[in-house]
Design a protein around this ligand. Structure first.
Ligand code: 13P
Length: 239
């Protein structure tokens, strides 16, 4: 399974270092076989001395360019310095708060694909679409897959309903199942769920047939809580 921590705009360079040290030794001590990703803020990037084979660092965003004049952005040259090869693209906070269009999201996808990045590609509907029913939800999600190469071998897709992100209110299991089942018809890559995942609901979500893992915001910011969820995923995988 894949368990990913999206720090968003949280943690400092120092607290990220402490977090990763603790997480790394937890994974080694418990022989965790999950693929575990941590996406810290840019300021906390470093060449971390991570020992666990399956712990990887990634970025929450980057500009689709080697280098150039894009004030406030970072490109491939800056990521290469830290040997970062994992990126989140299409997160709802970038689509809705930062107004990234599908065209731009797809441009980022192509750029980082052509540079061999593992891409966690996010899709998910806002509440007004969810209220219209499943068909409207899938139409919305399919529009977020436009011009995305779904056969890319380093693709991971995360279904994150916008209304479930950071609200404490996860989607219902049957709603998650319905969307993941529909995505599975088009996508062979791992499918994740994200949106108010916490230790109390992780087991039920991970048991959903087409759910290959979790993308976690709030509950991942505390390393002990994140380790609890990883432990739950280990138990579900062993069931
Ligand atoms: P929360 O876990 O805080 O709902 O955030 C989910 C998310 O956006 C992960 O990318």
């Amino acid at each position: 399974m894949i368990i990913a921590a999206n720090f968003k705009t949280n943690h400092t360079r120092e607290s990220t270092r402490e977090y990763l040290e603790k997480l790394d030794s937890f994974l080694i001590k418990n022989s965790i076989k999950d693929d575990v990703f941590v996406f810290p803020p840019f300021t906390a990037l470093n060449r971390y001395a991570i020992i666990s084979d399956n712990l990887e660092i990634g970025v929450q965003n980057a500009y689709p360019v080697e280098k150039g004049s894009f004030t406030g952005e970072i490109g491939l040259e800056q990521l290469s310095e830290f040997k970062v090869k994992n990126i989140i693209i299409g997160h709802s906070e970038r689509r809705h708060i930062l107004k990234e269009s599908q065209e731009f999201v797809a441009e980022k996808f192509s750029f980082f694909k052509s540079n061999g990045f593992r891409i966690i590609y996010c899709v998910g509907e806002p509440i007004e679409v969810r209220e219209k029913g499943f068909e409207a939800v899938m139409d919305y999600i399919y529009s977020q897959l436009e011009n995305i190469d779904l056969n890319y071998d380093k693709l991971i897709v995360a279904y994150e309903p916008v209304w479930a992100i950071g609200t404490g209110l996860s989607a219902k299991e049957e709603d998650i199942k319905e969307v993941l089942d529909a995505l599975r018809l088009k996508i062979k890559s791992p499918l994740l769920y994200g949106g108010s995942v916490k230790p109390s609901n992780a087991k039920e979500i991970l048991r959903i047939p087409n759910c290959d893992g979790l993308l976690i915001g709030t509950a991942s910011w505390d390393v002990d809580t994140f380790c609890d969820i990883i432990m739950i995923s280990k138990l579900v995988a062993e069931e």
